[in-house]
Design a protein around this ligand. Sequence first.
Ligand code: SF4
Length: 336
Amino acid sequence: MENKLRIMSGMRPTGKLHLGHYLGVLKNWVNLQDEYECYFSIADWHALTTKYNQTSDMRQNVQDVLLDWLCAGVDCEKSVIYLQSLVPQTASLHIYLSMITPQNWVERDPTLKDLAKIMKDKQENMSNLSYGLFGYPVLMTADILTFNAHLVPVGIDQVAHVELSRDIARRFNNIYGVNYFIEPKPKLTQVPLLKGLDGNKMGKSFNNDIKLSDTSEITQKKVMTGITDRNRIRKDDKGNPDNCEVIYDYWKIFGSNEDLAMVCDGCKNATMGCAECKKRLAQKINDQLAPLREKRIELESDMKKVDEILHDGSKKAQIKAQEVLDGAIDVIKMYK
Ligand code: SF4
């Protein structure tokens, strides 16, 4: 592991993950594991920044996310899988980084700006935003710098967060006249964007997602609700896959070239109805999720072991985090 570049990434414990998480994040992480030294965090402190008063499901949500990661192939033998709050070195580093980060750097964070706008539109009191939430861009920086990570796999919409981390790392180095923190770079990956079955953004709260933990029957039921070519009312109407708002997009992700040719032919010539098309698609998705479901059965039979994976990973993360924190403390010349 020593000579590999380090990667750090994380996810809030929002509960059971859906296909969008799988295709957009987890598959990418699984691919990165062999080439990089990876640290993957379940970011429970970040969950508190907005849900500090809704913690009753926190432990369950952590477990659900962990199970989904493991089922998807995130491997504790190859990567360090940890819980953010079990690595307190991150909190210590967060304090030191908070001291050197100008307030206006934090205020320019796009997510905070969006939140502030939403609250203003809803005429909510800005004082409902907590001190912890304002500090979350610095906490995110601490997550990355705690491992002196070289790369952060992100989508294009999160590049600004990594930019801030680079700025803070550079500022630390400049203030103390060292070259201690690596300036982390975003690692952009092209991932397919999966819409929700109703054509909107896929999300748990919109009830339009397919969860990795859904059974094959539930998956089929959900796929049957997917939006199609709205002009194709009856089976003998000829359809157009290009106007099929959701189902054909799913085919493009889950089907082979032969499948796409079969669907186009059946749709354009009205030899295959939308119900049949969706059933076949559901079968494709279920086939691809079958290994994950098998793995879930195995893992759920021993949840103690699953819990140990998180604790063992967090201990491993602490070792690297302590090393980096000790170095930072030396640089700042804090008392030891
Ligand atoms: S047959 Fe398939 S591709 Fe064509 S409109 Fe129906 S669901 Fe969409």
